[in-house]
Ligand binder design. Structure first.
Ligand code: AMP
Length: 302
């Protein structure tokens, strides 16, 4: 597929080269978007690229399995990789540049500066994956500085990550527009994830419990349940009814501050992290309480 300049999608590994390219685009007055990824593309990644293409003149997709966001006992080595496949998928989405840096260039010898978001990054995934968001925040900050996009697109599937990025952009004055794109799901409801590849057929079936739990919670809230302990209890029962599942967390709380709530009066984030076998899956939804007695709809922000 040819881009507007009549050039094929560029595959760039050099930090310097991608900076030169985006500088040229900026000088030409073009609006640039960035979609950070760890590759092994699925329809969720492709939807983010499509959105970026529709909302900017040039799209840079970064593909980097970032070692610093994996814990010592996590799956950095096994994380699925297939550059040739990713390259052709990105090209079909008319991505202008696929940026695949080397770890040695992103973390050269002597590297010692980290971006640490204190409040938002400490709970949920931050509690069970110490250092994870420090790695994410640092790599995204570096990508922002290297590419200098006008817009960056992230998935709502990683809701906590999205809120952390929004915080960084505000706190560090990046002046980049952040778009949170809705969760893309398989036909049966399982949230797409590169890690779904780890699931065997039995686990794949059992993995549906996350989506089922979200749907049941939405139904309970629509029927008037506003007690988060009651919801959490019902969710736990649905998940643990499946063999081989272990709950990391069930979070019900404020979508902005990520603090827990006892009752649901307003839009509330329900976020789940569940092990299915050895695979840790996450999913989430926003629970919206029904109209109040005066018939006023609580406004959805997410
Ligand atoms: P990853 O390659 O898993 O780091 O994901 C790259 C980007 O794609 C992140 O912003 C993710 O939130 C987003 N993403 C991953 N899975 C999905 C999905 N199922 N729906 C929407 N966005 C997703």
């Amino acid at each position: 597929m040819l881009s507007e300049e009549g050039l094929q999608m560029r595959l760039i590994t050099s930090v310097e080269d991608v900076g030169k390219l985006t500088t040229r685009w900026k000088e030409a007055g073009l609006r640039i978007s960035l979609v950070p990824t760890m590759g092994f593309f699925h329809a969720g990644h492709l939807a983010l690229m499509k959105y970026a293409k529709q909302h900017s003149d040039r799209v840079v997709v970064s593909l980097f399995v970032n070692p610093s966001q994996f814990g010592p006992n996590e799956d950095f080595k096994e994380y699925p990789r297939d550059l040739e496949r990713d390259r052709s998928l990105a090209e079909k989405e008319n991505v202008d540049c696929l940026f695949c840096p080397e770890a040695a260039d992103m973390y050269p010898e002597g590297f010692q500066t980290w971006v640490d978001v204190n409040g938002l990054a400490k709970h949920l995934c931050g509690a069970s994956r110490p250092g994870h968001f420090r790695g994410v925040a640092t790599i995204v900050t570096k990508l922002f500085n290297i590419v200098r996009p006008d817009l960056a697109v992230f998935g709502q599937k990683d809701f906590q990550q999205l809120q952390i990025i929004r915080r960084i952009v505000r706190d560090l004055n990046f002046g980049i527009e952040i778009k949170g794109y809705p969760i893309v799901r398989e036909a049966d409801g399982l949230a797409m994830s590169s890690r779904n590849k780890y699931l065997n057929s039995e686990e794949r079936k059992n993995a549906l419990c996350l989506f089922e739990a979200l749907k049941m919670a939405e139904k309970m809230v629509s029927e008037g349940c506003c007690s988060t302990p009651r919801l959490a209890h019902a969710i736990e029962r649905i998940i643990l009814a499946r063999p081989g599942t272990k709950i990391d967390y069930i979070f019900l709380g404020d979508p902005e501050t990520l603090t827990e709530r006892e009752t649901i009066q307003d839009d509330t984030l329900l976020a789940l992290a569940v092990y299915v076998g050895n695979t840790r899956l996450i999913d989430n939804t926003i629970l919206r309480p029904p109209k109040d007695a005066k018939g006023v709809h609580h406004k959805g922000k997410f």
